[in-house]
Design a protein around this ligand. Structure first.
Ligand SMILES: Nc1ncnc2c1ncn2[C@@H]1O[C@H](COP(=O)(O)OP(=O)(O)OP(=O)(O)O)[C@@H](O)[C@H]1O
Ligand SMILES: [Mg+2]
Length: 277
């Protein structure tokens, strides 16, 4: 796989995705409407790894879902390559914390699902799925069923399933939150490898500031209710990075302190549940 250096590309990068002054609200019959985000604008640059962090309830998932075309906006606009996003596009992939594999399908057929839905022949989709399964370190488990896998292995299959459709942008919402720290660090390394090899754009929501800085080119801090962008922090660490060692770098520690101070201010402002971030 060819290594490339996304940082060089970013300097001249144009936005692949743009959110202009968006508002997202939820209404239900038996409760007052909830305004999740308002007057929120941001840009995602081509090929970048962008992390979104912030207190619970400040609209990170709502914003990510809107970017992916899963949640409509009430006001403002979302542009993918300059074109309005109204529904989920086959150029994007989405992985959430709660993603499930289909229990009645083998690993191979789970990974091949998206290609099957696109009408690819069995031979071709299985060949592509086998490659991805091997690249995710799961060679030999093609005929296993999800219940026979560990949590980390299931997550790898989920990632392979999304990568199979070769999304241009990958949206990830706390994808590794339920996993133990060692499994999580290995999966973070895997995702970095995929990102470096494919040139994909990744937008990654996390509660974990260390994870955000270790992985991203740029961190956006969300805060408030309704949520808005409260801070933007380019990450000065060199690429390629070792996720497990990055946190010992002096620049890392200094950036972490800066963001932590602003995150605490956002927590005081946002309040409510989940203040223990
Ligand atoms: N489907 C929904 N129906 C009603 N309200 C919702 C819905 N989804 C989110 N909300 C509300 O919108 C606000 C923003 O929620 P959102 O899930 O976007 O926050 P978040 O920043 O992702 O939080 P967390 O870090 O806890 O995942 C919250 O007040 C939440 O209660
Ligand atoms: Mg969320």
């Amino acid at each position: 796989m060819t290594q490339f250096h996304p940082r060089q590309r970013q300097d001249e990068a144009t936005p692949v995705l743009e959110l202009r002054d968006i508002r997202i609200s939820y209404s239900s019959v038996d409760a007052p409407p909830v305004l999740a985000v308002e007057h929120l604008s941001l840009c995602v640059r081509e090929g970048e790894f962008l992390a979104l962090i912030g207190p619970s309830g400040c609209g990170k998932s709502s914003t990510l879902n809107a970017m992916a075309g899963l949640t409509p906006v009430d006001a403002g606009e979302i542009l993918l390559h300059g074109q309005p996003v109204h529904r989920i596009s086959d150029r994007v992939g989405y992985i959430s914390q709660a993603d499930h594999l289909l229990p009645w399908r083998t690993v191979l057929d789970n990974v091949a699902l998206g290609l099957e839905l696109r009408g690819m022949s069995k031979k071709l989709r299985h060949a592509r799925a086998r490659e991805l399964i091997a690249s995710m370190g799961l060679g030999g488990f093609e005929t296993n069923y999800p219940h026979e896998l560990s949590g980390g292995m299931k997550k790898r299959v989920t990632i392979a399933r999304v990568l199979a459709i070769e999304p241009e942008i990958l949206f990830m919402d706390e994808p590794f939150a339920p996993l133990d720290v060692f499994t999580r660090e290995r999966l973070q390394e895997d995702i970095m490898g995929v990102w470096a090899a494919t040139g994909q754009t990744i937008v990654y929501v996390t509660h974990d500031l260390t994870e955000a800085i270790s992985l991203a080119d740029r961190v956006l801090l969300f805060g408030g209710r309704p949520g808005q962008v409260r801070g933007e922090y380019p990450v000065p660490l060199a690429r390629p990075r070792q996720v497990m060692d990055a946190k010992f770098d002096d620049q890392f520690v200094s950036l972490e302190k800066t963001i932590l101070t602003d995150l605490r201010a956002a927590l005081r402002e946002t309040g409510g549940p989940g203040d223990g971030n």
